[in-house]
Design a protein around this ligand. Structure first.
Ligand code: ME8
Length: 503
């Protein structure tokens, strides 16, 4: 058994979770469920990023200027509820206003300071609160940040700086020696060119900010939100509060992030860790963005899609399935409700739902609902290997495609064998083999589908007359051994897996 520590970004609470945030966390949830399924010990963490100027502005806008903490508590609870409704299985929901995080940030600051990497200087420049980042003239169009369509503030103040530029060569070396550190590979050049050409020391405190973690030893300065936020990955596994736990879990196996924050995770964060003398995360995986009619989802454009009504209409499994089917990990894609309806009707109701339905109906009809004698089979080994290799390397859509190949072949197998003809001709041996192979394929499918559509996996097993708890308590590799479905067991057809939708 190996340990697997997986994180998502922690989110600003100036709004509610969108389908984009749901995409990140569902992707992480699928990885976490798979890792647990193959027997690894998983720690999966998500949470909220609360020491941000953006949140403060949102609180002020909501008339909560004198109750910022209360506003953060409510908003963070709302994120937690949404993630619960989505059925996510994170082990900790971290908040950067929690006491253990402040301890971790202080300890970290002291380690970096002891290394000689913090110095006081004057910061003069531009700050975009939308980005929560310092920006340069060259990044603006007509004086405005291109993402947030507003002019950055001009700032001149005494700040503490982090000697980021000291780590230029070490970062470049690390990226070169560890080709899997930044995934997908297509993102690596972007990071390398930033480190090589643009990376400078950065200001890690703000004097004018009233919210945030005070800089150790200088209460007039608040720590820059990104410097504090990244440290959450350490806090969550005991840095500064539980050394033994920290030893066990750090470094993270995977930081899953959106492509918008890759520089923070692949340049600033590893440099911070090097400075503090800590090991680097094994991998940063950056996924692409869901757009709406080709446009970024944003509150100002009013096109943000809320995942919860979709889940109400279609269920969690259908949303998870759709998000994994619709874009390849790393690429962008448009989110469209009509495509969701198409995939639901076509792939879930017609392909998987119908497969389960017809196999169970025929078992009822020809064998009085009893699982017939075992039959040998070899053909799925290849698809299963393919599934596993893709899951191990986080190519989830490819793994799901391998599963769908099995679904389609199982439907074709029935078309080819025509059990109704076999029954008519009283070819009972062939009929029995055909039905056993089909039923056992459903059991195997339940395992493979489980990380993607856990509710569906449980339903399939129940229909096969199995107890999902007992079935999934088995070791994955023995659970997947062909022929585990015991002859003589009684199936229970029940309701359709994916009921037809009403228009
Ligand atoms: O950046 N498509 O928080 P944030 C796909 N607090 N993913 C999307 C998305 C979309 N349309 N919109 C958002 C921050 N995301 C910092 C992070 S981490 C130490 C601090 C997801 O609330 C995606 O994962 O702006 C992206 O990276 C993240 O939300 C940004 O969330």
């Amino acid at each position: 058994m190996e340990k697997f520590y997986l994180t998502t970004p922690i989110y600003y609470v100036n709004g509610q979770p969108s389908i984009g945030h749901a995409y990140t966390n569902i992707t992480a949830d699928i990885i976490a469920r798979y890792q647990r399924m193959i027997g690894n010990e998983v720690f999966f963490m998500t949470g909220t990023d609360e020491n941000s100027q953006k949140n403060v502005e949102a609180a002020e806008k909501a008339g909560r200027a004198d109750d910022i903490q209360g506003y953060l508590d409510e908003m963070s609870a709302l994120w937690q509820q949404s993630f619960d409704t989505l059925g996510l299985t994170h082990d900790r929901f971290i908040r950067t206003t929690e006491a253990d995080h402040k301890k971790a940030v202080e300890k970290f600051w002291q380690a970096v300071d002891a290394k000689g990497d913090i110095y006081k200087g004057e910061y003069q420049g531009l700050y975009c609160t939308g980005c929560e980042a310092f920006v340069t003239e060259s990044e603006l169009v007509e004086g405005k940040c291109q993402i947030h369509k507003r002019a950055p503030e001009s700032i001149k103040e005494e700040n503490y700086f982090f000697k980021l530029s000291n780590y230029r060569q070490a970062l470049l070396d690390h990226i070169e020696k560890n080709p899997d550190f930044i995934m997908p590979k297509s993102r690596r050049n972007e990071v390398v060119s930033y480190i090589d050409k643009f990376m400078t020391d950065i200001s890690i405190t703000r004097q004018s900010m009233k919210w945030g973690i005070p800089a150790p030893g200088d209460a007039n300065q608040r720590i820059y939100v990104w410097f504090d936020a990244l440290i959450n990955y350490l806090t969550g596994v005991g840095y500064g509060t539980d050394d033994q736990r920290f030893e066990k879990w750090w470094p993270a196996n995977l930081h899953l992030v959106g492509k918008d924050i890759i520089k923070f995770h692949c340049a600033l964060w590893p440099a911070m860790l090097m400075s503090a003398g800590l090991p680097l995360p094994k991998q940063v995986l950056a996924h692409g963005f869901f757009t709406i009619d080709g446009e970024k989802m944003s509150k100002s454009l009013g096109n943000v899609i809320d995942p919860l009504p979709i889940v109400q209409d279609y269920g969690n499994d259908a949303l998870r399935f759709f998000l994994m089917r619709e874009i390849r990990l790393g690429e962008d894609g448009d989110f469209s409700l009509s495509r969701l309806a198409e995939r639901y009707d076509g792939e879930l109701a017609n392909e998987l739902g119908n497969l389960v339905h017809r196999v169970l109906s025929m078992t009822e009809k020809y064998f009085e609902g009893e699982i017939p004698e075992r039959a040998e089979q070899t053909a799925k080994a290849e698809a299963m290997k393919n599934y596993q290799a893709n899951m191990d390397e986080f190519r989830l859509p490819d793994a799901l495609e391998a599963v769908w190949k099995i679904v389609r072949e199982a439907n074709q197998f029935i078309e080819l064998k025509k059990p109704w003809v076999l029954a008519k001709n009283e070819d009972l041996h062939e009929l029995s083999d055909t039905m056993y192979l089909s039923l056992e394929t459903l059991r195997v499918l339940a395992w493979l589908i489980n990380p993607f559509m856990p509710e569906t996996a449980v339903k399939i097993l129940t229909k096969l007359g199995l107890d999902p708890g007992t079935e999934f308590a088995q070791d994955y590799f023995s659970g997947l051994t062909w022929g585990k479905l015991a002859p003589g067991g009684k199936i229970d057809k029940g309701e359709a897996l994916f009921p037809r939708r009403e228009e």
